[in-house]
Ligand binder design. Structure first.
Ligand code: GLA
Length: 387
């Protein structure tokens, strides 16, 4: 009798219980092969002594995303080059103290209102609200202490497609905005090497909401390099022209025949210094909101960026109507990023999916008002491959 047969005989009625539990253990073992465990480590302490954590999500291909619950910030995201090498393709800091010194929204969740609101004022249901003027005379990215600077409650969800759920309650009146806003953001690292971000919010009073993520990408994997040779396509036939303080004029302008036309692929750097175009001058390069040709709120392919030396391709899908494309024109080397590398001029670009800037003051723009009983819900996917 061989050992296997003996095992079967021993598994009689009397010991069924233990055999059954053995069986379920082995099922668990094979399941756990597919379950990617999320690692959690302490990332550092905030000035009040609270600890911020760092979570690492990975998928079976070897892609890895690190997220801290401080600001819901992506501190690393790896993507494969044409030789299958995974490298971080974002601008980020090594430690929490780097972020606390002040960074221009590296990897962060931005809210309650991403982008600018003119002069930090808007009127809703006949009442005027005042926000911090933290960008010249305008309000930018949720105020002095926006969602990028708060501690979110994190819930890791292990799985083949691991998730990090982040929750934050923004009090009524916080940063001047009306209504208690319950926000939930779920990051999912998917099997196809994409990072999905699902945003949800509800309120107890009418308010304005425009949530986004402010990751700076550099697909070379080398934060020393400029992003000017990256090749960009944007499925957007219009953009939002702005004044010298980057507040919309209220019109939408066709991109055709301007340096803003990325409906066919162009290198980012090709027309970025065409300062005879007043919009390029105002933006100091690209720092504008493009409006998608397809205005539907289904998940749609809206942008792709290819970097030839690494072969990396990033595709962006979103349910949002627009995207702020910003080319790191304010980066000047004063912020120190990972590995001690200063974040220099145009070494990262952002593709912030969102509603148009200053919508609360622009009656012709799609509304960003959220009312009690409604759910704000958007999804954006950044997908990585190489060719
Ligand atoms: C945004 C703005 C830019 C700049 C960066 C942060 O995307 O549009 O003008 O303020 O954030 O530096």
């Amino acid at each position: 009798m061989n050992l296997k047969t003996l095992g079967v005989i021993l598994c009689g009625v009397a010991i069924m219980q233990s055999c059954t539990s053995k069986n379920s253990d082995s099922t668990q073992a094979s399941d756990s092969l597919k379950v990617n465990k999320i690692e959690k480590v302490a990332f550092g302490k905030l000035p009040d002594g609270t600890v911020a954590d760092l979570y690492t999500l990975h998928n079976a291909n070897g892609m890895e995303v690190k997220i801290t619950n401080y600001g819901g910030t992506i501190t690393s995201l790896t993507a494969p080059n044409k030789n299958g090498k995974y490298e971080n393709v974002t601008l980020a800091c090594d430690s929490l103290s780097g972020y606390l010194k002040g960074v221009p929204y590296f990897g962060a969740l931005v809210g309650r209102y991403g982008n600018r609101i003119a002069k930090g004022k808007f009127t809703l249901d006949g009442k005027e609200y005042s926000l911090a003027q933290n960008n010249g005379v305008n309000a930018l990215h949720g105020g002095k202490k926006g969602f990028d600077k708060v501690l979110w409650t994190a819930t890791p969800i292990d799985g083949e497609e691991p998730q990090l759920k982040l929750n934050y309650t923004s009090a009524d009146g916080e940063e001047g905005y009306p209504g208690k806003l319950e926000v939930e953001v779920v990051y999912t690292l998917q099997k196809d090497n994409s990072l999905k971000i699902d945003y949800k919010a509800t309120t107890d009073k009418a308010t304005v909401v425009n949530l986004t993520n402010h990751t700076y990408f550099n697909l070379t994997g080398d934060a020393n390099k400029e992003i000017l040779d990256h090749e960009l396509t944007l499925q957007a036939d219009k953009f939002v022209p702005v004044n010298e303080t980057l507040i919309p004029t209220g019109e939408l302008k066709a991109v055709a025949g301007t340096p803003f036309d990325f409906t066919t692929t162009h290198k980012i750097g090709e027309r970025i210094n065409d300062t005879k175009d007043i919009q390029i001058k105002y933006g100091k390069g690209y720092d504008h909101c493009w409006v998608f040709t397809d205005s539907g709120n289904q998940l749609k392919n809206v942008a792709s960026v290819y970097e030839a030396t690494s072969g990396r391709l990033m595709e962006v899908l979103t349910t949002e109507p627009a995207i702020q494309f910003y080319t790191g024109n304010f980066l000047d080397g004063s912020v120190i990023g990972k590995g001690g590398i200063p974040a220099k001029f145009r070494t990262g670009f952002c593709l912030e999916t969102e509603h148009y800037p200053d919508s609360p003051n622009q009656p012709k723009f799609p509304t960003t008002v959220l009312k009690p009983g409604e759910t704000y819900q958007t999804t954006t996917v950044y997908k990585f491959s190489s060719k």
